[in-house]
Design a protein around this ligand. Sequence first.
Ligand SMILES: NC(=O)c1ccc[n+]([C@@H]2O[C@H](COP(=O)([O-])OP(=O)(O)OC[C@H]3O[C@@H](n4cnc5c(N)ncnc54)[C@H](O)[C@@H]3O)[C@@H](O)[C@H]2O)c1
Length: 356
Amino acid sequence: MIEPQKTRVAVNGYGVIGKRVAAAVMSQSDMTLQGVSDVVTDWRAHMVLQSGFRLFGATAQHVAAMRDAGLDTAGTLDDLLGKSEVVVDCTPKRIAAQNVEAYRRRGIKFVLQGGEKHAATGHSFVAECNYGSTVGRDATRVVSCNTTSIVRTLSALKRAGLLRRARGTLLRRATDPWESHETGIMNTLVPEPEIPSHQGPDAQTVDPELDVVTMAVKVPETLAHLHYWSVQLTRQASKDEVLGAFRTSSRIALINTNDGLPALNSVKELMADRGRPYANLYEVALWADMLRVQGDELFYAYMVDNQAIVIPETIDAIRALAGTVRDGSESVARTNAALGIEPSLIGAGVGEPVHR
Ligand SMILES: NC(=O)c1ccc[n+]([C@@H]2O[C@H](COP(=O)([O-])OP(=O)(O)OC[C@H]3O[C@@H](n4cnc5c(N)ncnc54)[C@H](O)[C@@H]3O)[C@@H](O)[C@H]2O)c1
């Protein structure tokens, strides 16, 4: 039997998202990582090589600087693009938009991340919502961590015919752990100056039918975001019905405070104990025991691991653009299996409805 060809993937920018994407690509049986491009010459570039990946410099100047620093580079970003079918741009906000022209000139398909605007690709992606419209396109944007969680959860309620409108308050981590010596806040809370905050309108770039308003506040910690939601349902519903709707998403994990998971740090510790790379929580971790239904009103809270939640979506976006898998649920299942995403975070019975 002839083995199907693996999709050749490039990662541009090996930071918080890029290194997780590179590791996730390596774990897919239908993809191969052609290399990683960056601009740094410090330990981060050394880690690219130690991980067994080929290192490329963004420009000839970056390649020269890397070689001066004793790094074995394989060429420029342009060389890497020449060897690849899909590039995932994980450079910082607004830099990726400047690379779009080079990608188009090269005729390479590309995935941008949530720091870029919808207009940069004209398409925004969440796997369980709009995989089908992505198949065969030239480019898409995997929406931000917060927006991914919003579309996953509200799409589940919508599929069950339960969603009328949703209003959410987002407690956003101040900065990422690796750069918390440089940025972040201490001893204060900083409300976003505008209501609605941008995440609600951003969710509508994926599904324009969503009636959603968000408000956000920056909080002095680095682990993850925490969302509180108040949803007007289309009708009176039971707690079991709502939990059943959330269970239709393989990327929403129901957790319980009573299982020793009362806070962000305990969920993150569980992911470390599970041996997930970087203690990644790919799922939206939603507290089932806390969730309340009052008539046709629904209230719940969940955790978003901002560094990890977009990784499975990025893998699905690569497959959709490559057109190798046309069915979204098949791609999601493949990605989940490779990344160890299972119905429960800790084992059988967890996430079952809790009646109080
Ligand atoms: N950090 C998060 O929690 C998070 C979550 C979801 C989405 N995103 C989005 O993902 C994207 C990447 O964010 P990040 O947090 O990984 O950033 P980061 O700063 O951690 O990493 C960016 C990497 O790109 C490299 N880089 C900078 N300029 C470059 C260039 N011109 N060419 C090649 N490499 C270059 C940097 O050296 C660094 O290694 C952004 O759009 C961001 O909004 C971030």
